[in-house]
Design a binder for this molecule. Structure first.
Ligand code: GAL
Length: 361
């Protein structure tokens, strides 16, 4: 494996020394650095479309070709796409898993073919056959969401008590527990003191998880909670882990009469800074989102893969937090950023993530 990697690395150096930024160039000669398999979960969420596109672009600038596939949030499809990439002799795999525990056998096949694997954004669990993990500080994402609620309601000093409902992400995505635990590290003391009250009584991760991060599932759950627990009470805050879920929750709240001067919307969090949600933030409907610059994550994953293929050791900044059930995976963590109405223009528009036009209308 190492010999092969070093040979590849040399080929890559020769290629890049020849200044070939043309993605088609390496296809002409046998010495090209080869194809990278990019297995992404879904195109229904804007971020994964950017993740895939950004990596494709960056790998191509280094002279690689890419095989970018989206699996429509279907586990069997993702397993077979990865299997085909292995059979197609990709040089490395970068995987954003749908179900973090469903890839054990296909990654055995990748290992048998000496194909290194980078776990992208979501940790792949229950396998020794991943080499590195590139992600954001997922616990901190939850902390930012919890803080967004506490900073607005001020349960420690305001009279209260305030009502809150809790939503978590997909139970098969390792990140969902990290987000929830991070948020609860901030919210739990106020729930224990009685200043924040979960009227539905649904606190446990299993009760509040949202399979496949599906906004429609969240909308139905929110509607049912409103009718069962809030017929005669006001809802003050909703912990939502992701913008697509927040939009589903908002739809149920609006159908339940929230969003008027007499019945203002609760504080509601989010994640990913999806354009549709940033517009809701600008309009004062969603309170906050957690921005994760997918361009940076793509850069980290591309650098990791390229260094591995050159036989070098990619830098990491966490070797303990992300145990996948078999081993602690060497991880590079990026920092998530709290975004709301007061700073979205500076961070997202001035930062070049969106044009002002993309956020208008
Ligand atoms: C998570 C990811 C979030 C969000 C969510 C739904 O794994 O970390 O940023 O995209 O999936 O797609």
């Amino acid at each position: 494996m190492i010999t092969r990697i070093v040979a590849l690395g040399t080929a890559l150096v020769l290629m890049t020394a020849g200044c070939s930024a043309d993605p088609g160039a390496e296809a002409a000669g046998p010495a090209g650095p080869g194809t990278i398999g990019l297995a992404m979960p879904t195109e229904t969420s804007a971020r994964w479309v950017s993740d895939g596109g950004n990596m494709k672009k960056q790998f191509e600038l280094l002279g690689y070709t890419t095989d970018l596939k989206y699996a429509d949030d279907d586990i069997a499809t993702q397993v077979s796409q990865i299997g085909e990439m292995v059979d197609g002799d990709v040089k490395a795999l970068v995987v954003g898993a749908i179900d973090g525990s469903a890839l054990t056998s296909v990654l055995e096949k990748a290992a048998a073919a000496d194909i290194p694997v980078i776990s992208y954004d979501r940790l792949i669990r229950d396998t020794p056959n991943i080499d590195y993990y590139a992600t954001f500080d997922n616990f901190k994402v939850g902390v930012l969401q919890g803080k967004a609620i506490v900073d607005r309601l001020k349960p420690a000093t305001a009279k209260g008590p305030f009502t809150i409902e809790l939503f978590a992400g997909s139970p098969d995505d390792n990140n969902a527990t990290f987000f929830f635990n991070g948020a609860m590290s901030v919210l739990r003391p106020h729930i224990s003191s009685g200043k924040l009250v979960v009227r539905s009584g649904q606190h446990e991760f299993a009760d509040i998880a949202t399979l496949r991060w599906d906004g429609e599932v969240a909308k139905a759950r929110m509607a049912s909670i409103l009718s069962k627990s809030y017929a005669s009470a006001r809802l003050d805050a909703v912990l939502s882990p992701y913008d697509g879920i927040s939009r589903g929750i908002l739809a149920a709240l609006q159908a339940g009469g929230y969003g008027t001067a007499a019945k203002p919307l609760p504080v509601i969090t989010g994640q990913d800074a999806e354009a549709d949600s940033v517009k809701l933030i600008a309009a004062g409907r969603q309170s906050q989102t957690v921005y994760k610059d997918t361009r940076e994550l793509a850069k980290v994953a591309v650098r990791m893969t390229d260094m591995l293929l050159r036989g070098e050791t990619p830098p990491v900044n966490d070797t303990e937090q992300y145990h996948n059930g078999v081993k602690a995976v060497s991880t590079f963590l990026l920092q998530p950023v709290d975004v709301d109405k007061s700073n979205y223009r500076r961070i997202l528009v001035d930062g070049g993530y969106y044009t002002a036009e993309q956020l208008s209308g």
